[in-house]
Ligand binder design. Structure first.
Ligand SMILES: Nc1ncnc2c1ncn2[C@@H]1O[C@H](COP(=O)(O)OP(=O)(O)OP(=O)(O)O)[C@@H](O)[C@H]1O
Ligand SMILES: [Mg+2]
Length: 327
């Protein structure tokens, strides 16, 4: 495994109490593989990513347990200086909002070039040439002329391509993309997603793709990890999960996708709201919203059960995964 997150716990201490944002996350991604991380707002997708990247807000955040094994080393044990070397060079992140991630007063070419000056000790001139090359890689038209332009002179889609170029610059082994296309128009979303998927294959990178959009996932992901209240509730190869979900929450998510052949019919939406992270319900955190909940679900927290004994592994944190798959 390129990256393996084991039993990760993160909490936030605020004036109102302790929010348990991540409560024992286990997931992994291999080189050349795309892992999609799904789940409603507040389920801990971004916080997990920030803990992996080492950019968590500490305080109020605090990692209270677990390991982040990257190429065999536990990143949580590294000193900040070593951590900084890993970031950018070996793993990079793409955020939703390019405009606030890019420096507004610096030409994009200089920002791209900076990566090579700082990490590779290149001259400004060589770095500029590299910047143009990268802009061409992400198919920005007239890259040579546009290298001197400022972020606000690009469209949203083009800016997101620049973010992808920044992330790719040092050819990292892992990219984490946190809702990379959410802020874009639907047609542009697809183009940016296709580009990212293409480059990921070409560079044989591991990709963690955080998204709300189950539609996107089917096209690009190899595996899916579904999060709820800071835990993985189901993890499986993408085709298996679409065929038969093994967790009632996943089932609810899948049934919420609009389908062209069901026009007019009301969408199934999961009833209720995700829990308050300061008061996560005992037992299975999903039980108050679950149509299949039994007494045991209100008292016993389900482990991540092995749903099939074979590879690739499939897991579900539901006491009734068998019933879920059969019904
Ligand atoms: N800086 C912070 N200070 C306090 N609490 C925080 C902070 N960042 C995150 N949290 C807590 O962690 C929870 C999980 O946040 P996270 O950003 O990981 O959600 P998410 O799954 O990425 O949601 P979304 O889909 O909306 O991006 C939040 O609901 C909040 O309670
Ligand atoms: Mg998020």
């Amino acid at each position: 495994m390129l990256l393996e997150v084991r039993d990760l716990h993160v909490e936030f201490r605020t004036r109102d109490g302790v929010a348990k944002a991540v409560n024992g996350v286990d997931y992994g991604v291999d080189a050349g593989e795309t892992l999609a991380v799904l789940g409603e707002s507040g389920s801990g997708k971004s916080v997990t990513a920030q803990a992996i990247m080492g950019i968590l807000d500490i305080p109020p955040g605090r990692i209270t347990g677990g390991e982040v094994l990257f190429q065999g080393r536990d990143l949580l044990k590294l000193k900040e200086e070593e951590r900084r070397k890993v970031r950018g060079a070996e793993m990079a992140m793409i955020f939703q909002d390019a405009l606030s991630s890019l420096n507004p007063v610096l030409p994009v070419g200089d920002q791209l070039g900076e990566m090579f000056v700082v990490h590779r000790g290149m001259s400004r001139k060589d770095a500029r040439a590299k910047a143009v090359e990268l802009m061409e890689r992400v198919r920005i038209p007239a890259a040579k002329e546009r290298v001197k332009d400022y972020p606000h002179q690009f469209s949203g889609g083009m800016r997101q391509r620049i973010m992808i170029a920044m992330a790719l610059a040092l050819e990292p082994a892992l990219i984490i993309a946190d809702e990379p296309t959410t802020a874009l128009d639907v047609t542009v979303q697809a183009q940016v997603m296709d580009l990212l998927a293409e480059l990921q294959r070409e560079y044989n990178m591991g990709l963690i793709l955080i998204t709300h959009d189950l539609g996107v996932v089917a096209d690009v992901a190899d595996r899916i990890a579904v999060m709820y209240a800071g835990r993985i509730v189901e993890s499986a190869p993408v085709h298996d999960i679409y065929k038969v979900p093994a967790h009632p929450y996943t089932k609810g998510l899948l049934e919420s996708i609009p389908r062209l052949d069901q026009k007019g019919e009301e969408l199934y939406a999961i009833k209720g709201l995700p829990p308050n992270l300061m008061h996560i319900p005992p037992g299975c955190a999903f039980h108050p919203r679950c149509p299949m909940a039994q007494d045991v679900c209100r008292t016993d927290e389900p482990p991540l059960y092995e749903v099939n004994g074979e590879e690739p592994a499939r897991r579900s944190a539901c006491h009734f995964w068998r019933e879920c798959m059969n019904g």
